[in-house]
Write a protein that binds this ligand. Sequence first.
Ligand code: NAD
Ligand code: IPM
Ligand code: MN
Length: 365
Amino acid sequence: PRSYSVTLLPGDGIGPEVVSVAKDVLSVAGSHEGIEFRFRVMPIGGVAIDSVGVPLPEETLAAAKESDAVLLGAIGGYKWDGNEKHLKPETGLLQLRAGLGVFANLRPAAVLPQLVDSSTLKKEVAEGVDIMVVRELTGGIYFGKPRGFGTNDKGEDTGFNTEVYSASEIDRLARVAFEVARKRRGKLCSVDKANVLEASMLWRKRVTMLASEFSDVQLSHMYVDNAAMQLIRDPKQFDTIVTNNIFGDILSDEASMLTGSIGMLPSASVGESGPGLFEPIHGSAPDIAGQDKANPLATVLSAAMLLRYGLGEEKAAKRIEAAVMETLNRGFRTGDIISTGMTLVGCKRMGEEVLSSIDSQKALT
Ligand code: NAD
Ligand code: IPM
Ligand code: MN
């Protein structure tokens, strides 16, 4: 059998609950395709702060780098919110992304036919939406310097950050986005704030220059405020969106609500080389943690992305996606996507139903 090492980073809050489900799904889907996984569980985020003293222990980054792919649950929680920056769970996640060099974050948001009624938008607006957000992940205001706290000339406290992008950072991300768009419906919308921000002016210039290498892709530009509005007004106008780190963070959460719940949205983060990082776009959901209420499907679908983009195991990825569809067809819903006539289940049970959907596929083939 083909054998891969996968680093599991369950993290905080609902992270361990959803990763536990996704791990079992990976194992079972893999076994049907002759794939064997060696899992290694490592601490990150709040649990790492509590056990090792830092949000990203050296051993965790080393294990992640040595493995074939990394699956993360979520990090963060009230307990650590008041910590200094270098001791925040979120800092550990940013260090992991930077450490792995995963600059391109793919966040698909597709409205599944089974969940049209879970969308807060009208059926005719939500139906058929299929968007891929390509978010820059290792630059921009999240990492830009100077940053910090200071004092202004009136003696007032200040806090400051810097939005900065180099041409090469924009180019490598734009290339990924053009490639993604080319394999989809051939439309790429670059979202920026080039009417105000220099970093966005350079962004627009570089993306426009690169378009000549991808003449089969239709490129358009949109300001981020308009994009936020257009996503709700007429989301079907979008195919692939490419944008910076912070706009991508915000627009992907917004796009998640087209699909019914943030609990459904997976992501894949990839770099030039080395293992990819796969994680749901949601956080640690402290309000429902430890109650077996979390929707594990975002993480299960992230495991499918791990197989597709991280390991090139397309058939196993398709198995997982088909099993998720089948589980929804059979009427199982966690609380975040429940609608009338459906069966309310918890996180664990949802996982068991996905596993049984995978097993029934085997009987069919
Ligand atoms: P969140 O995504 O954790 O939760 C927002 C809302 O969505 C909550 O009501 C939550 O219950 C719900 N939700 C999220 N995931 C769900 C799921 N799988 N199933 C059902 N409902 C789900 O965002 P937040 O509350 O703003 O942040 C909580 C913590 O998570 C913070 O510490 C934040 O920094 C962190 N965070 C981490 C990540 C990450 O690890 N990648 C992402 C976002 C936020
Ligand atoms: C996400 C999260 C993170 C981000 C935080 C927790 C650092 O919101 O993965 O979307 O802003 O990238
Ligand atoms: Mn986010």
